[in-house]
Design a protein around this ligand. Structure first.
Ligand SMILES: Cc1ncc(COP(=O)(O)O)c(C=O)c1O
Length: 425
C-alpha cells in the first residue's frame, strides 16, 4: 500500500497537488472535509478561479467588436477552445462546441440530429447510462416516431455483453448513445468497439464522457465516435459543458440557431452568449492537467496534448490504488455489497467511483451518518435511473457513492472505512 500522501513512484508530491485546491484545507469545527462527492462535482483549483476572475475583471465584453476588451475576450475564448481541442485530441478547434452543461448540450444537439431521422429509424440507448444520455433521446423518439433499442448490461459483471449489441444493431440503426463510464457502477465501457460496430451499420455514436473525462485521457480520434460530450465541473473546472462533434457530421446538420448568429462552425451550434468566464476556467482546468504532465515528463515534456496524456496515465494509476484500498475495505465490512467491478485485475475497466449497498441500512441513512463526520458522499440513483432500476435498487434508495479523484488520499479512505465500520456496527 502507498504511504498516505505520495503518488506512486515517479510522481508528484500529493501535498503540492492538494495545495492547489484551497477548499481541501477547509475544516468545520476542527474537523477536516473529506470530499468524496467528486462524481457529482469536483473541487476547483486556484488557477481556475484566478483565470476566471481575470476574465471577468479585465476581459469582460461580447466578442466580435473592434475595441480592446472585445478583442481580449475573443482571444480568451479561442484559447479555451484550443485547450479543449487538445483535451479531446480533436483534429480541429472548429469541432469544439461549448454549452451550459452536458444535459443542455445534448437536448440542444438532439434537435438538430432529429431532423435527419425518419419514422421507424432506430436509436440504441443503454441501461447503464445517466439520464442525460437517455431521456433527450427518448423525447426525440417520441417526437419523430423513432424506435428505441435497449442495450442491457450484465448485472453480475456490471459490463455490456457486446454480442447483445451486435444483435440489437440493424440497418435501421441511426444513432448509438452510450456512456464512457457509469456514474453509478463506475464501469468503463469499451467505447472504441461500440463506435466501430455502430459505424459498420452506418450509425452515428454519441458518447457521454462526463464520468470518464476526469479519470482517463479522452481521444475522440482513437475512439472513432461522432459526438462526445462532457462537463468541466467534473474535472476540476467550472460549471461548463463541452461537446466535440466530427466535422463531416456537424457540417451536415441543420443548427437550431437565431438568424443573426454565425452560420459557421462551431458558433452555429452555440446559441446565445456563452459564459466566457466558464470557458476560460475550462481552459485553465485543461492546463492544470498539462502542468502535472509537464512536471512528470520533465525535459521530455512535449506538446500540451502529450502532457495531458502523461498526467492521466499517472493520476489514474494512483486513483486505482485508492479504489483498490477502498473496495478491499468495503468487502471486509459485513453487509456491504459493492455495486460494481471488484476484481483487482479488472480495475482498468472501472473509474474509482465506488457505489455500495448494505443489507440492512438504507443509503440515505449511511450518507447522512457520514456527513455527520464531514465525509461527503452522495446517495440515491444519482440520475442513473436505468442502472438503478436494472440493479433492482430504485425502491431501496439506490446506493451510497464514494467518488475518488486524484486529490484524495489513502488516509481519507482509511478514515471513511473506519467511519463506516462504526456506523454499521
Ligand atoms: C454520466 C453523466 N452524464 C451526464 C451528466 C450530466 O451532466 P451535466 O450536469 O453537465 O448536465 C452527469 C452528471 O452527473 C453524469 O454523471
Amino acid at each position: 500500500m502507498l504511504p498516505a500522501n505520495k503518488l506512486p513512484e515517479t510522481l508528484l508530491d500529493l501535498d503540492a497537488i492538494r495545495d492547489q485546491f484551497p477548499s481541501l484545507a477547509e475544516t468545520d469545527n476542527g474537523s477536516p472535509r473529506l470530499y468524496f462527492d467528486n462524481p457529482a462535482g469536483t473541487q476547483v483549483s486556484r488557477r481556475v478561479v484566478e483565470r476566471m476572475s481575470e476574465c471577468l475583471l479585465h476581459g469582460n465584453a461580447n466578442i466580435g467588436g473592434y475595441f480592446k476588451t472585445s478583442e481580449l475576450a475573443g482571444a480568451l475564448v479561442d484559447d479555451a477552445r484550443s485547450a479543449m481541442a487538445d483535451f479531446f485530441n480533436a483534429p480541429s478547434t472548429d469541432e469544439v462546441i461549448f454549452g451550459q452543461n452536458m444535459t443542455s448540450l445534448t437536448l440542444h444537439m438532439s434537435r438538430s440530429i432529429g431532423r435527419y431521422l425518419k419514422a421507424g429509424d432506430e436509436i440504441v440507448l443503454s441501461r447503464m447510462d445517466h439520464d442525460a444520455n437517455v431521456e433527450p433521446w427518448v423525447l426525440l423518439a417520441r417526437d419523430h416516431n423513432l424506435k428505441i433499442r435497449w442495450l442491457p448490461f450484465d448485472t453480475d459483471s456490471f459490463e455490456f455483453d457486446l454480442s447483445i449489441f451486435d444483435e440489437i444493431l440493424s440497418e435501421r440503426t441511426r444513432l448509438v448513445c452510450v456512456g464512457g463510464a457509469s456514474n453509478l457502477t463506475g464501469t468503463i465501457n469499451d467505447i472504441k468497439s461500440i463506435c466501430a460496430k455502430a459505424r459498420d451499420v452506418g450509425a452515428w455514436s454519441y458518447i457521454d464522457a462526463v464520468q470518464s473525462a476526469p479519470h482517463i485521457a479522452t481521444d475522440v480520434q482513437d475512439l472513432g465516435c461522432d459526438f462526445l460530450v462532457c462537463s468541466a465541473y467534473k474535472f476540476f473546472g467550472p460549471h461548463q459543458g463541452i461537446l466535440w462533434g466530427r466535422r463531416e457530421v456537424l457540417e451536415g446538420l441543420d443548427p437550431y440557431k437565431v438568424r443573426p448568429a454565425p452560420k459557421e462552425l462551431p458558433w452555429c451550434f452555440e446559441p446565445g452568449t456563452q459564459s466566457h468566464e466558464g470557458l476560460v476556467g475550462t481552459g485553465a482546468a485543461v492546463d492544470y492537467f498539462a502542468e502535472i504532465g509537464a512536471a512528470l515528463a520533465g525535459t521530455r515534456a512535449g506538446t500540451r496534448r502529450e502532457q495531458i496524456v502523461t498526467a492521466f496515465e499517472h493520476l489514474f494509476e494512483y486513483e486505482k490504488s485508492l479504489a483498490a484500498q477502498l473496495i478491499a475495505g468495503l468487502n471486509d465490512i459485513p453487509g456491504i455489497i459493492v455495486q460494481g467491478i471488484t476484481s483487482p485485475d479488472a480495475f482498468d475497466r472501472r473509474v474509482p467511483t465506488v457505489s455500495f449497498t448494505h443489507s440492512s441500512q438504507r443509503p440515505e441513512v449511511i450518507a447522512e451518518a457520514l456527513a455527520g463526520r464531514n465525509i461527503f458522499v452522495w446517495n440515491g440513483h444519482n440520475y442513473g435511473l436505468e442502472p438503478a432500476k436494472a440493479l433492482g435498487l430504485l425502491e431501496s434508495g439506490g446506493v451510497v457513492r464514494i467518488g475518488i479523484v486524484h486529490y484524495n488520499t489513502s488516509g481519507e479512505i482509511d478514515t471513511t472505512l473506519n467511519a463506516l465500520e462504526d456506523i454499521l456496527n
